[in-house]
Design a protein around this ligand. Structure first.
Ligand code: GLU
Length: 505
């Protein structure tokens, strides 16, 4: 699908934190614009003066920069600021008031059913206008009056680029508010006028806005301009199929961009993952005719392949396991293509954790990321899993059953002493994975009937503090000779293991 002059926009409201749903909207618009060699415009929808803040706005720019979502600038301004077009919005309603297609009324605006027949007139007006209806502002407008668009019952239809044919029956038609009694244009009105003024051709936004579209179609009609095409992206849901929202107190529940950043998700991984929230590339037929479903795509591939026709209607599941796996793949990619920046990033995180990042060189960081981090999902998890490498000493956790089990047999101590003696014989310059592995294998043959675990597990526990770590040869290589030997001889840990052994049984 090629459009000669695609113009889309990302129109965030600068209130609060940035939810992944907003980000997905930005990603889809970016991909659609770049795929069609069109324009992506940015509009800051800051008409809600109470909720919009400069900080939230700054966060938005920072997020777009970080995700490398660039937009096109037009005219003298880098972006379109909705609040600066308030006069334009008011000019339009004034014109509609004159034409008689809009009118003022002080009936409550929050209630549905306030249609042409005044169906809601029997209901209480709440507190909103009742006490102030008599007061007038400088313009002579009654303070409690909102401006409404007049409608006639009719069936409304449009063809959604994603949802397909949409319709709203005539009986649901009702007049609606354009400008609130406080003089602020409502979202659907300002949003549609701005889209018309910015000559937006496609409105791609979340499915939660689908019901706004019918009223916006009436606004375009009143404006006398052709409405853009609409495409409503599927809702993002969690594993249980519920709308993705914050589960308080659950560290796994991430929904805001800053949280993903802080945990060490890479922007390229998030971008790829977001692109798959509702969309998937066309599968390719492999050599043997089998379909290949790809998930990891570069930015260029995403742009080349993005197609609204492949955006589904079904809710998109936010699969954190998939995101984690993808992030790890991108961490390794970064290591291959831009080692310096990744290691610098990791070092900063290590420093932030109060650990000394300079005890490893770049080659060692490479080993740490590739082999010692055991498919860590994030940079934060990578540090968590490798913490023991950075500490001066570790404290063995004797609470673990697997730890106690490894030391249950008295023979372990003599085997450990033999292991220490053997490792002492390996010179600093030979302290490498291959050499270490051979030594441990040999010990296993000599002392444990070939069972590597009988040698490696006690070593692992004393050197890392726990029963799980990367392969023992990688672990010891990274720890280095001196640290390994010091930890194997640590009297405090040995004492506690011995005590626990006798007490526990
Ligand atoms: N400011 C609205 C939002 O963030 C824009 C909706 C739209 O794209 O039309 O949800």
């Amino acid at each position: 699908m090629m459009h000669a002059a695609v113009r889309v926009r990302f129109a965030p409201s600068p209130t609060g934190r940035i939810h992944v749903g907003n980000l997905r909207t930005a990603v889809f618009n970016h991909l659609f614009a770049r795929h069609n060699k069109g324009k992506l415009l940015l509009r800051i929808e800051d008409t809600d003066r109470e909720r919009s803040t400069p900080e939230a706005e700054e966060r938005l720019f920072e997020a777009l920069r970080w995700m490398e979502i660039d937009w096109d600038e037009e005219g003298d301004d880098r972006f379109y600021r909705q609040s600066q077009h308030r006069d334009r919005h008011m000019e339009i309603v004034e014109e509609w008031l004159k034409k008689g297609i809009a009118y003022r009324s002080d009936r409550p605006t929050g209630l549905l059913g306030g249609g042409p027949g005044g169906k809601s007139s029997g209901r209480s007006s709440g507190g909103s206008g009742a006490g102030s209806a008599g007061a007038s502002d400088a313009g002579g407008r009654a303070a409690g009056e909102a401006i409404w668009l007049k409608t006639e019952p009719e069936d409304l239809r449009y063809d959604d680029l994603i949802l397909g044919k949409q319709s709203q029956p005539a009986r649901q038609m009702q007049d609606f508010v354009l400008v609130r009694s406080n003089g602020v244009p409502v979202f659907i009105f300002a949003n549609a006028v701005d889209d018309a003024d910015m000559r937006v051709t496609h409105v791609l936004r979340g499915a939660d806005h689908a019901t706004n579209t019918f009223r916006q179609l009436l606004i375009y009609r009143a404006l006398g301009v052709e409405a853009p095409r609409f495409g409503h992206m599927p809702l993002i849901v969690d594993k249980q199929g519920k709308k993705l929202s914050k589960r308080e107190g659950d560290p796994e529940s991430l929904i805001y961009l800053d949280e993903f950043r802080e945990c060490g998700y890479l922007p390229e991984a998030l971008f790829n993952f977001m692109a798959l929230l509702g969309w998937s590339p066309e599968p390719h037929a492999g050599d043997d005719g089998e379909m290949i479903f790809r998930e990891k795509l570069s930015r260029d591939e995403l742009i080349a392949e993005f197609d609204l026709g492949r955006v589904g209607k079904a809710p998109a599941q936010f699969d954190t396991v998939k995101l984690g796996a993808m992030n790890y793949d991108y961490i390794v990619d970064r290591l291959n293509h831009d080692e310096g920046s990744l290691i610098a990033h990791l070092k900063q995180d290590v420093r932030d954790e109060g650990l000394d990042p300079d005890q490893f060189d770049d080659a060692q960081y490479g080993v740490l990321i590739r082999e010692a981090a055991q498919r860590a999902r994030t940079l934060k998890e990578l540090i968590e899993k490798s913490r023991f490498f950075f500490l001066d000493r570790v404290e063995v956790n004797v609470g673990y059953k697997m730890v106690r089990k490894a030391f249950a047999n008295d023979a372990v101590w003599s085997r450990l002493d033999a292991t220490i003696a053997k490792l002492e014989g390996i010179a600093q310059s030979e302290w490498k994975r291959g050499r270490l592995e051979t030594a441990i294998k040999k010990l296993a043959e000599e002392l444990a009937g070939g069972k590597m675990g009988d040698i490696a597990q006690p070593v692992r526990i004393l050197t890392t503090g726990g029963p799980a770590s990367p392969p023992i040869d990688v672990t010891l290589e990274l720890l280095g000779r001196q640290r390994t030997l010091d930890r194997l001889r640590d009297d405090d840990n040995r004492g506690r293991l011995k005590m626990n052994d006798t007490q526990g049984n």
